[in-house]
Design a protein around this ligand. Structure first.
Ligand code: AMP
Ligand code: TRP
Length: 321
């Protein structure tokens, strides 16, 4: 049977090459063999302090970028335009335990030392589970950092099914072979993230070529001079090798460079070439905002239609009239 695929992208900031290589590219590849649905999960972006106008703009930018990356053969929509997500999320909050939510690594990291932790940051994995389960998803292409949330989704699906009868499909995470975790260029021991404030170490998908080159050329490399893939001892060099491998489609083992400088130049060019067609398509799509709005509204309508049966089944199973 054709597998069903779902993944979500948070518009908390501009999308990065971490998003592209860790999740979007693998998603583009799955399109030919599976039934794919991708959402810009704007409700998830409300879990941390945000600016309403900026959120709206970034949501639209992210949706346009997903289409520009080649996901236009899939169903692409904006999460908040499909109310079934929040409705199902409540049923899953009523299946989940406080203890398991509190133990999520991402919650612990994002809430550490904060005075004002939004309640939605704690319950966020229930909404993510709803996103996935709504579409009876088999496979969830995500970067490594989301593994724990997909595990929790499986636990919730199994628990709900056991308590109230077979309702949900139990999904599985899929990670890319290389670049499942693209690291920050200036701090190669932490993940490249759109909202971690490290603009020098983050390459955004809409960065002009000059910016990409500058950021990659200034990437922190390791002591020594040998170019070798060894994430433990050589995190900086290994990160560049992984990015180059993912962008060029060549295995890491086949990449040979004499110097750090040569590796950086090749990596910079590979990233620029990977981004070029995406940026061109982004400009084309942005030139017709009315058409874009129509596309996204049509996507949301189709998503709502697809999810209606599952939502009705879950409501019925849990005892709602
Ligand atoms: P987020 O930006 O957190 O909404 O993530 C959207 C998708 O991109 C998720 O599947 C993440 O796992 C993936 N992702 C985000 N940052 C990275 C990164 N630095 N390396 C690999 N995948 C990433
Ligand atoms: N939590 C994910 C992230 O931060 C985004 C996300 C929300 C997601 N819902 C999803 C990913 C459903 C996959 C499936 O990256």
């Amino acid at each position: 049977m054709t597998k069903r695929v779902f993944s979500g992208f948070q518009p908390t900031g501009h999308l990065t090459i971490g998003n592209l290589l860790g999740a979007i590219r693998p998603a583009v590849q799955l399109q030919d063999e599976a039934d794919c649905v991708y959402a810009v999960v704007d409700l998830h972006a409300l879990t941390v302090r945000h600016d309403p106008e900026r959120l709206r703009a970034r949501t639209r930018e992210a949706a346009t970028l997903l289409l520009a990356c080649g996901l236009d053969r899939s169903l692409v929509y904006i999460q908040s335009q499909v109310p079934a997500h929040t409705e199902l999320s409540y049923l899953l909050e009523s299946t989940a335990y406080f203890g398991e939510m509190r133990r999520m690594i991402q919650f612990k990291e994002k809430s550490a030392g904060q005075e004002e932790v939004r309640l939605s940051l704690l319950t966020y994995p229930a909404l993510m589970a709803a996103d996935i389960l709504l579409h009876r998803t088999d496979l969830v292409p995500v970067g490594e950092d989301q593994r724990q949330h997909v595990e929790l989704t499986r636990d919730l699906a199994l628990r709900f099914n056991r308590l109230y009868g077979e309702t949900f499909t139990v999904p599985e995470a899929v990670h890319p072979r290389v670049a499942a975790r693209v690291m920050d260029l200036t701090t190669p021991t932490s993940k490249m993230g759109k909202s971690n404030g490290s603009t020098a170490g983050t390459v955004y998908m809409l960065d002009p070529p000059a910016d990409v080159r500058r950021k990659v050329m200034r990437a922190v490399t390791d002591s020594g001079t040998e170019v070798r893939y060894d994430p433990q001892d050589k995190p900086g060099v290994s990160n560049l090798l992984a990015v180059l491998a993912a962008c060029s489609g060549r295995p890491v083992e086949s990449l040979a460079h004499e110097t750090y400088g040569a590796l950086k130049r090749d990596t910079a060019e590979a990233v620029v070439e990977t981004l070029r067609p995406i940026q061109e398509r982004y400009l084309e799509l942005s030139a017709d905002p009315a058409e874009l709005s129509r596309l996204l509204a049509a996507g949301a309508a189709r998503a709502a239609e697809r999810g209606a049966g599952l939502l009705a089944a879950a409501r019925e199973a849990i005892g709602l009239p």
